[in-house]
Design a protein around this ligand. Structure first.
Ligand code: PLP
Length: 408
């Protein structure tokens, strides 16, 4: 037995794997355009009213450990948000503030997963779902979002899998099923009818449903978003969300969990989330005060999010248009977030796999994107459309020309 734990080998973020290659190229003097980072703060300023609230918290000496569950101003602001946006009603004790959705995922898995327990995930997935599951000894039952159905969940496959697991007597090992809506990396907003089916399935098999809704206000092209809480009433479920994306404040490290129901499973899990929040003492207190203002000041946020979504949708649609000129890819139009996730016709281009494609694109053209295998979807790549349009135009045209260059 070595010094490090067995499970520590899973502590890696697949999205960042190509970063060291990019850094080495920069050191050699190459200019790299980063279309790999899902962090809007690189290109778009965090709203001033949020920054001011952070500064004020510091000036007011709000630098102590806060209430472990999250400051009451913030949990109340979250309650107000869901009332205003979705007409959902729950008490503030149903909310636990975390240091990003990332910490919520860590707590969720630590609270539920014993060795060899399972969770239903869908590929393409946000990579840290798998990381956190594996770090806790679990493994994924990988179902899929269906590219030929605008990346909605493949319901028939899911039903077959769960039926099989149930017949095998192992359904109790399946602790939760996690959907990402809106989705990173596909930019899909799930159809309400598909969500209804998912809720029915979770109910039939008595599986806790988790919905990561961290992009729920970055919606465009007339897409309609439905929060799982609207249709999962009476069924054990969890919402994950935070300020990273909708409030453009990734580095504040503020996320939250809402467990709105009072069934046995929800009660047990909520109580564990309280315990986990106490074990790590507190979230970042000044950031919590800023988040309380960010979320609670509905009119300031409304102004900011309108500008933000307009800017982002413009960049995503612009990038999409340039990509449609490329004969060597297939792309489903995204309607949310800031990602484009084309399938690359690798064979026609003479590449063995998506990692080689991404690596060559970086080394030869100085364009950094992320390979689809990081999201469990080989043959795809993720392009982030947050940069200003002239940069996007330059980089995505280079991407298209790179494909042309390798076409047989
Ligand atoms: C779907 C999804 N969930 C969670 C996160 C991480 O969120 P946080 O910054 O709140 O930890 C990301 C970040 O890109 C994401 O895309």
């Amino acid at each position: 037995m070595g010094f490090l734990s067995e499970r520590s080998r899973y502590a890696q973020n697949a999205i960042e794997m190509e970063d060291s290659t990019a850094e080495a190229l920069v050191e050699k003097g190459m200019k790299i355009i980063h279309l790999n980072r899902g962090d809007p703060t690189y290109y778009i300023k965090t709203p001033k009213y949020e920054i001011d609230a952070y500064k004020k918290a510091l000036d007011d000496n709000k630098v102590y450990y806060s209430r472990a569950q999250g400051i009451i101003e913030l949990t109340n602001a979250i309650v107000k948000r869901y009332k205003v946006l979705y007409n959902l009603k729950f008490n503030e004790d149903k909310v636990i503030v975390t240091q990003g959705v990332s910490e919520a995922l860590s707590m969720l898995n630590s609270a539920l997963i014993n060795k060899n327990d399972k969770a239903v995930l869908f590929s393409p997935y946000y990579p840290l779902y798998i990381t956190q599951l594996k770090l806790n000894g679990g493994y994924a039952i990988l179902e899929r979002y269906d590219e030929s159905n605008k990346w909605n969940i493949h319901i028939d496959d899911l039903k077959k899998s769960l039926k099989f697991i149930k017949n095998d007597g192992k359904i109790n090992k399946v602790k939760y099923m996690l959907i990402t809506n809106p989705n990173n990396p596909t930019g899909t907003v799930m159809d309400r009818s598909v969500l209804e089916e998912i809720v029915d399935i979770a109910n039939e098999y008595n599986i806790m449903l988790v919905s990561d809704e961290i992009y729920d206000e970055i919606i465009f092209n007339n897409a309609k978003f439905t929060s799982i809480s609207k249709i999962a009433k009476g069924i054990p479920h969890i919402i994950l969300n935070g300020v990273s994306k909708n409030y453009n404040a990734t580095g504040f490290r503020i996320g939250y969990v809402i467990i709105p129901e009072d069934d046995k499973k929800s009660l047990a899990l909520r109580s564990k989330f309280y315990s986990y929040s106490m074990v790590r003492l507190s979230s970042n207190t000044p950031a919590e005060y800023s988040a309380a203002e960010a979320i609670g000041n509905i009119s300031a946020h409304k102004r900011e999010i309108q500008k933000f979504v307009k800017l982002i949708s413009d960049r995503v649609n612009f990038t999409y248009k340039i990509l449609t000129e490329n004969k060597y890819i297939n792309i489903v139009r995204p309607n949310s977030a800031y990602y484009l996730f084309p399938k690359i016709y690798l064979k026609e281009l003479g590449f063995k796999n998506d990692t080689m494609f991404v690596d060559k694109l970086l080394k030869e053209e100085g364009i950094q994107i992320v390979w689809g295998s990081a999201f469990g979807a080989p043959s795809h790549v993720r392009i982030v459309a947050l940069a200003p349009k002239p940069i996007l135009k330059y980089a995505v045209t280079k991407f298209n020309n790179f494909c042309k260059k390798y076409a047989k």
